[in-house]
Design a protein around this ligand. Structure first.
Ligand code: 2BA
Length: 109
């Protein structure tokens, strides 16, 4: 058995959830926050048999889009740590960041 952990954008989360249900794939959704953007995203925990792994990855691939996001982190100005200026930068986010882990044991009581 495999555990798929997929970090996706909130905008893609309903479509992915719907497509997983349609395919009969069980999943748990966790509200998460990106460490870089500090923006909300969604992490799906999907436990699946190995023979359905590629199908699950295809569903994720087809449900999630990558998007450009402009962020304004605060950049230091001059030597004084207290003075900051906004410096907008554009980053490409997603489609999905996916980790596939081996499951040592699975119980469902
Ligand atoms: P965030 O950490 O908020 O990152 C959002 C996007 O910002 C990233 O998109 C990437 O394009 C950019 N980014 C992240 N860290 C950066 C850095 N140190 N310098 C420059 N740009 C940076 P994605 O790579 O598609 O990641 C989307 C979200 O997936 C991330 O949100 C994070 O929540 C998760 N993620 C990505 N890589 C991960 C990893 N290795 N471990 C755990 N979570 C990860």
């Amino acid at each position: 058995m495999k555990m798929v952990m997929a970090v996706v954008q909130d905008k893609d989360s309903p479509r992915l959830a719907q497509n997983l249900v349609k395919a009969g794939v069980r999943a748990t959704k966790l509200a998460s926050t990106g460490g870089f953007l500090h923006a909300g995203n969604t992490t799906f925990m999907i436990g699946t048999e190995e023979d359905r792994l590629e199908e699950v990855l295809d569903i994720i691939r087809q449900s999630c889009r990558s998007r450009e996001q402009v962020v304004t982190p605060m950049a230091p100005m001059g030597n004084q740590m207290e003075s900051f200026i906004p410096y907008p930068v554009s980053v490409q986010v997603g489609g999905a960041t996916v980790f596939v882990l081996d499951v040592e044991r699975f119980e469902h009581f």
